[in-house]
Design a protein around this ligand. Structure first.
Ligand code: ADP
Length: 262
């Protein structure tokens, strides 16, 4: 708390009282701590792949590349780490765009069947590699007034997670239902599930239940933070039902029309 005080005198210059202003700066302090944590996290996340790329390149240049197999293995690691860096930077840019005060959604009439047809090819390959059956339920032609590019991002991030955190041969389902004022998106998996205590934290930037697992799947730790932002700028709601070892259900509720525009 910040305190500013001043005495009050009457007309004869006698002390009559005092005013005390108490500023609650807990919120500001919290923001400051969050900002510092974020910068530390970003630096660490950027440094890890760069250290790996530098290390493997050096080893190759110091003679390891004479062995064809080592050369191949190391180049693959360097390639993976470069992709990780590129994904991370892409996600950071997306988050920073969404967080700008002047950020504006580009709303058009979007059709979910069309959107799903654009999203599935991106996701399908990943599902097939793990033998995961990916199903979709769209009751009818559902349309809404929203930012198509961003809604697509919601679907991609939730489906990618569902596939990443579901063991081989599992099931992932995407369902879209029309609920009068809202469109309800549900992504269900029968994967590893999320501990009840971790659920409120998974939307934080860089929070992961299992760091090693997230890294293995190429995650940046920013996917759900991005989803939550997009949902919020659309005045929607996101929630999760999950049971450890049984699976997770992510619900996104989006109002069909922008209530703030006339
Ligand atoms: P990441 O890149 O690590 O997947 P996200 O922000 O997308 O980052 O998710 C944050 C964390 O939430 C993940 O690391 C994982 O621990 C957990 N998580 C997200 N989706 C699921 C899911 N469908 N099943 C189990 N855990 C999940």
């Amino acid at each position: 708390i910040d305190i500013i005080g001043a005495p009050i005198f009457d007309e004869r210059n006698m002390l009559k009282g005092a005013v005390l202003l108490l500023y609650d700066i807990t919120h500001l302090k919290k923001l400051e701590v969050m900002r510092k944590d974020f910068v530390a996290n970003v630096s660490h996340e950027l440094k890890t792949p760069i250290t790996s790329i530098t290390g493997f390149t050096e080893t190759l240049l110091n003679g390891a590349m004479d062995d064809k197999e080592t050369l191949n293995n190391f180049l693959m690691i360097i390639y993976d780490e470069s992709s990780r860096l590129s994904n991370l930077i892409e996600d950071l840019l997306t988050l920073s765009r969404l967080e700008k005060d002047e950020f504006k959604l580009t709303r058009t009439t979007i059709n979910f069947n069309r959107l799903i047809n654009e999203v599935l090819p991106i996701i399908q390959q990943r599902a097939e590699q793990k033998g995961i059956s990916l199903t979709t339920d769209v009751t009818k032609d559902i349309t809404m007034h929203a930012d198509g590019k961003r809604i697509k991002q919601i679907l991609i991030n939730l489906l990618t997670n569902a596939i990443s955190y579901t063991p081989e041969n599992g099931d992932v389902n995407l369902s879209i239902t029309d609920e009068e004022e809202n469109v309800h998106i549900t992504v269900t998996d029968n994967g590893i599930g999320i501990d009840q205590e971790a659920i409120p934290r998974i939307f934080e930037r860089f929070y992961r239940v299992d760091k090693a697992r997230s890294r293995d799947t190429g995650g940046t730790g920013l996917g759900l933070a991005i989803v939550k932002h997009i949902v919020e700028v659309h005045d929607g709601k996101i929630s999760v039902d999950s049971k450890l070892g049984e699976g997770s259900v992510f619900h996104v509720l989006l109002p069909k029309y922008d209530k703030t525009s006339p």
